[in-house]
Design a protein around this ligand. Structure first.
Ligand SMILES: C[S@@+](CC[C@H](N)C(=O)[O-])C[C@H]1O[C@@H](n2cnc3c(N)ncnc32)[C@H](O)[C@@H]1O
Length: 321
């Protein structure tokens, strides 16, 4: 996922090698994952790029086509992988993923249980968060999806951090071998309440569970099931507002007047006096909300396993003498 050196340590300086996966980046919304192969070429609207020219360059390099066009070659981080992976299911995106990792308190060394795997979008980020000593065990009942996810983790170099199992987690629960071992459990299932009793048994004392559901009815049913053994039950909806940052030319009178009637509402700032051109126009930076901002994705319900010691203490206290 991130380039590693010969000692398998994450390296931000190592160069691109034959067989590496790179993200060929044109713009934030035009990019593609490509496996470098010395004899291959990459073609886009800017011309033809020889892979052999890429080998030996550091990740992040700008490379030229036969027509003088260019692209950037970026390391396949989980953030970029989520944007380029092939969608076999609905996936989690960066805003929800970030929130999940923070609220599940995931750090290197954690053992995480996940179901379903889906397209592996969340799994790649979980894997990086637990690296280098932790592990993610992810389960999906759909054999082909599990197989495709395994192939993807192979491509992105995550096989030592992720194990994919085929299992009906709603019907069978997580495997017994994980009882009491999981630091956190993540569920993205149609009927998560069926998997919650098993998740509870898998969690370490004080472990945290998160369930992602698109509908509020699923949240209500899950919360109902969580009440008996979990505490601190909270549901969030992460709404991300993206802003467009553009350079543009505006007549100086418009800037000084504090706004233009022709332009949609946006914040404008004159970049510098030197940037003003000879016609009295100004070069400005315009910032405004993107029109196609992503709306509702789903609800994230978090709950912490009720601490057994406190629970037993309370039971003893409440016991009639
Ligand atoms: C929406 S996808 C998960 C997407 C994933 N979170 C991601 O970011 O790529 C839900 C997955 O749950 C799987 N699934 C549904 N019911 C299941 C069950 N009973 N046991 C295991 N997996 C199940 C589906 O096959 C599907 O792949």
């Amino acid at each position: 996922m991130l380039p590693t050196d010969d000692l398998k340590k994450i390296s931000f300086t190592r160069s691109i090698r034959d067989g590496d996966l790179v993200i060929v980046y044109e713009r934030h919304d035009v990019m593609k994952a490509v496996k470098v192969c010395e004899s291959s070429t990459f073609q886009n609207r800017f011309g033809m790029f020889k892979h052999s020219d890429w080998i030996g360059k550091p990740f992040g390099s700008k490379v030229l086509s036969n027509k003088g066009g260019f692209v950037y070659l970026l390391a396949p981080t989980p953030e970029l992988w989520t944007l380029v992976l092939s969608h076999r299911t609905q996936i989690l995106y960066i805003a929800d993923i970030s929130f999940v990792i923070m609220f599940l308190e995931i750090v290197p060394g954690c053992l995480i249980l996940e179901s379903g795997t889906g397209s592996g979008s969340l799994t790649t980020s979980l894997a990086r968060a637990v690296a280098p000593t932790g592990h993610v065990y992810t389960f999906d009942f759909h054999e082909q999806r599990a197989a495709s996810a395994r192939e993807d983790f192979e491509k992105t170099g995550l096989t030592s951090l992720v194990t994919v199992g085929v299992r009906d987690v709603q019907g069978q629960g997580f495997p017994e071998e994980f009882v009491g071992l999981a630091d956190s459990v993540f569920l993205d299932l149609p009927q998560p309440w069926l998997a919650i009793p098993s998740a509870e048994r898998m969690l370490k004392q004080d472990g945290v569970l998160c369930s992602f559901s698109p509908c509020i009815e699923q949240v209500q049913r899950s919360a109902e099931t969580l009440r008996s053994k979990f505490t601190d039950i909270r549901t969030f909806e992460v709404l991300l507002r993206t802003y467009e940052v553009r350079e543009g030319k505006t007549e100086s009178s418009q800037v000084e007047g504090g706004g233009s009637v022709e332009l949609p509402p946006c914040k404008k700032r004159v970049r510098s006096k030197e940037a003003n051109d000879t016609n009295g126009d100004s070069s400005t930076v315009m910032v405004r909300p993107c029109s196609e901002a992503r709306g509702h994705t789903g609800y994230l319900t978090f709950a912490r396993l009720r601490c057994l010691v406190v629970y037993v203490e309370r039971l003893l206290k409440d016991k009639p003498t």
